[in-house]
Design a protein around this ligand. Structure first.
Ligand SMILES: C[S@@+](CC[C@H](N)C(=O)[O-])C[C@H]1O[C@@H](n2cnc3c(N)ncnc32)[C@H](O)[C@@H]1O
Length: 196
């Protein structure tokens, strides 16, 4: 374990691997590919406003608030991201759409899809996409397309020929208007609300 000689604070790598051990122990991570992605991507680079320990807690990091304190954007909790990524079964070469951008989850998806794949992440809030545009290349992911739009109507040109292999929805939804944007046999993972 790496500690600062003066403060004893653990470094980002130690905290990242400790988080992965927690996610494995609770069975949120179940595949080697998802484990590798979580061990590789530095979450703190997508949440520079919080201390390292908060960036590597198994909890959301709120990144955007309304004046009354209501959270309008966050990095989702790692346990939820791990579960959704396991369900999405993303393979190298897949073209993947993430709806709702924090940057970090798009980087995890980029690790799973690999260089032959492609990730598009889309958010309605330009401040959120602005963060993703800034943080993704800083973290080493410069091949993710970041789109500002309302996901209810995907802009022309966003859907690749034939459709996405997987769509990961990280916005609460009561409808699935994206089914037609999938290839045959593609997977859509969403936190669906039924009857409220
Ligand atoms: C939980 S956050 C995204 C989390 C991120 N994908 C992650 O896993 O860390 C949800 C995001 O959905 C965005 N959002 C809400 N409604 C939307 C819509 N209609 N179209 C696109 N994005 C939307 C919000 O701006 C917010 O940034």
């Amino acid at each position: 374990m790496t500690t600062s000689p003066t403060s004893g604070i653990r470094d980002a790598g130690d905290l990242r691997h400790q988080l992965v051990e927690q996610l494995l122990a609770h069975n949120h991570i179940r595949s080697a590919a998802v484990e590798r992605a979580f061990r590789t991507v530095s979450r703190h680079l997508f949440a520079p406003e919080v201390p390292l320990a908060a960036a590597y807690a198994d909890d959301i990091v709120a990144t955007r608030h309304l004046g009354d304190g209501t959270i309008t954007s966050s990095l989702s909790a790692p346990w939820l991201q791990a579960g959704m990524l396991e369900a999405a079964r993303i393979q190298p070469g897949h073209r993947v759409l993430e709806i709702g951008s924090g940057g970090y989850n798009a980087a995890l998806i980029a690790e799973l899809a690999g260089p032959p794949g492609h990730v598009t992440t889309l958010d309605i809030d330009p401040a959120v996409t602005g963060r993703a545009i800034r943080f993704l290349p800083e973290a080493g992911y410069d091949n993710v397309s970041v789109v500002t739009a309302d996901a209810e109507h995907l802009p022309p040109g966003v859907v690749p020929a034939g459709g996405f292999d997987a769509i990961v929805v990280t916005v609460d939804t009561w409808d699935l208007p994206w089914i037609d944007a999938l290839v045959d046999g593609g997977r859509l993972v969403a936190p669906l609300r039924l009857h409220g």
